[in-house]
Design a binder for this molecule. Structure first.
Ligand code: MG
Length: 249
């Protein structure tokens, strides 16, 4: 069932989204070669707690950390560890959720570590641009298939692989609510967006192919090709005028 949020609910989601977005902003300022993925996790954890929220991902379905930190060919659900040291040229997706006053928000960015290759930079640019292209068309009355197709078309027309096994979702009192928001779809199909819906749009884009598999730890999803993957996500509210991004810092 799709839940529609009241103005008061949306204000609470904006408050939790601001914290999640602020945690990512901090990561962007601090991330550098030599840092471990656990240090990234700790930055996020401390920021969220300091601002009076709870990390949504901690213990979610048994996930053992406060955010997902996925490096290079890791698409999503990378588990932070003090053994993984970031090096110059890596790209790192940091997926963060914050829970405050009864509402979750969910956001992700892929960060460059020091200087990165042209291939990696282009992947980040295209993935982020596909997210904003999708956000741009969000508005009450628009169909979900149009939002999904926007991401797919933007990335596939540029030669990138769109991960289809995992998708965006409604978000609010629960971290994952209806509807599913795939990164592929048919224009003119799917349910219509309604004012007050809150959805997480999250393109997961590979340099080569859409194939993915889960590692032996049961969590981390990697590209089957071994190619780089990027992930950008915002939680947005649907209005009659367009989308309001709730996870800006
Ligand atoms: Mg999400």
């Amino acid at each position: 069932m799709i839940s529609v949020k009241s103005t008061a609910d949306l204000a609470k989601m904006r408050a939790s989204g601001k914290i999640a977005g602020g945690a990512l902003k901090l990561v962007g300022e601090k991330i550098k070669p030599g840092m471990t993925t656990m240090q990234v996790n700790n930055l996020v954890h401390d920021y969220i707690v300091k601002h009076g929220a709870k990390p949504s991902f901690l213990n979610y379905g048994g996930f053992p950390a406060s955010c997902c930190v996925s490096v290079n060919e890791e698409i999503i659900h990378g588990i932070p560890t003090s053994k993984r040291i970031l090096k110059e040229g890596d790209i790192v997706s940091v997926d963060v959720g914050a829970f405050k006053d009864g509402f979750h928000s969910d956001t992700c960015m892929t960060f460059p570590v020091g200087n990165i290759s042209e291939e990696a930079q282009k992947l980040l640019d295209v993935t982020q641009a596909s997210l904003y292209a999708a956000i741009d068309i969000v508005k009450a009355g628009v169909r979900l298939g149009d939002v999904s197709h926007t991401v797919q078309e933007y990335c596939e027309s540029r030669g990138y692989g769109v991960v289809k096994k995992y998708c965006g979702h409604g978000v609010g009192r629960q971290l994952h609510e209806d509807p599913e928001v795939p990164n592929y779809g048919v224009p003119g199909h799917g349910s219509r967006l309604v004012s007050g819906m809150t959805i997480a749009i999250e393109p997961m884009i590979n340099v080569k192919g859409e194939g993915c598999k889960v590692l032996g730890n049961g969590w981390t999803v990697v590209t089957t090709s071994g190619s780089l993957s990027a992930h950008f996500e915002h939680t947005v509210a649907v209005t009659s005028e367009g989308a309001v991004i709730l996870t800006l810092p």
